[in-house]
Ligand binder design. Structure first.
Ligand SMILES: Nc1nc2c(c(=O)[nH]1)N(C=O)[C@@H](CNc1ccc(C(=O)N[C@@H](CCC(=O)O)C(=O)O)cc1)CN2
Ligand SMILES: Nc1ncnc2c1ncn2[C@@H]1O[C@H](COP(=O)(O)OP(=O)(O)OP(=O)(O)O)[C@@H](O)[C@H]1O
Length: 184
């Protein structure tokens, strides 16, 4: 195993062990901090994600963004080889279970563009690096479509430095329940 793989495994395991009420409390805090930020206020169309397995749950922010009249979209995996696209939603209900057991929008929904993307991840660094679920989905997507990104995580997922590869795409910001990091 590479150091990247073992760090990913270690933090995935730590996240698996979080009690549900801690996930809920910290997720709400992170959503509220984001909603208070100029990054959120200035965005008109936001790419979000629908959380799985103790990832930071964005439901609170998604509901608020829809109520605020922002366009909200979620990813749908089109090919497990690392291809996803984003489709607009107007509510969180009515999604369908897709690849990896994630509830996703229908491909018939409008395929969208955005000015902000909220990116899930397993490990982040203070300089904007990110380790995800090992599918290369976000790296591939952001390479072709570079927009303002916020890495979303619990504070224990942020390290000073992490191993990277050439194809890894850096975040513009990283947010946790404790920190809002702006990467230059
Ligand atoms: N909530 C959420 N949605 C997302 C992502 C994500 O990280 N989180 N993605 C970010 O890329 C894309 C989906 N990529 C994913 C890739 C692997 C696994 C995963 O659970 N892998 C298992 C192995 C399961 C299997 O091979 O069938 C694992 O790591 O244990 C999940 C999502 C798009 N949607
Ligand atoms: N832009 C790219 N073009 C081709 N292959 C890529 C690209 N980005 C990543 N990959 C490949 O995808 C695989 C997974 O990459 P990596 O471990 O960086 O994923 P990750 O960032 O953890 O995953 P994700 O973005 O899905 O959460 C690797 O085999 C990598 O070579």
């Amino acid at each position: 195993m590479t150091t990247k793989d073992s760090l990913r495994k270690e933090i995935q395991n730590k996240r698996k062990e979080m009690p549900k009420n801690q996930v809920d409390i910290l997720s709400k805090k992170i959503c509220e901090r984001l909603i208070d930020s100029s990054v959120y206020r200035e965005a008109r169309s936001v790419f979000c994600y629908n959380s799985i397995r103790n990832e930071v749950d964005l439901s609170f922010l998604i509901e608020k963004a829809i109520a605020d009249g922002k366009r909200v979209s979620l990813p749908k995996v089109l090919d497990k080889a690392g291809i996803m696209k984003f489709y607009a939603i107007d509510r969180l209900s009515g999604l369908k279970k897709g690849a990896y057991g994630i509830f996703e929008p229908d491909e018939k929904n409008e395929e969208t563009t955005a000015d902000l993307i909220l990116v899930p991840g397993v490990v982040f660094s203070e300089s904007g690096d990110r380790i995800g679920q090992a599918g290369g989905f976000y790296d591939r997507y952001l390479k072709d479509y570079p927009i303002k990104s916020v890495g979303i995580c619990y504070d224990y997922q942020i390290f000073e430095e992490i191993p990277t590869e050439d194809h890894d795409v850096k975040m513009y910001h990283i947010i946790s329940e404790k920190r809002f990091i702006n990467i230059n």
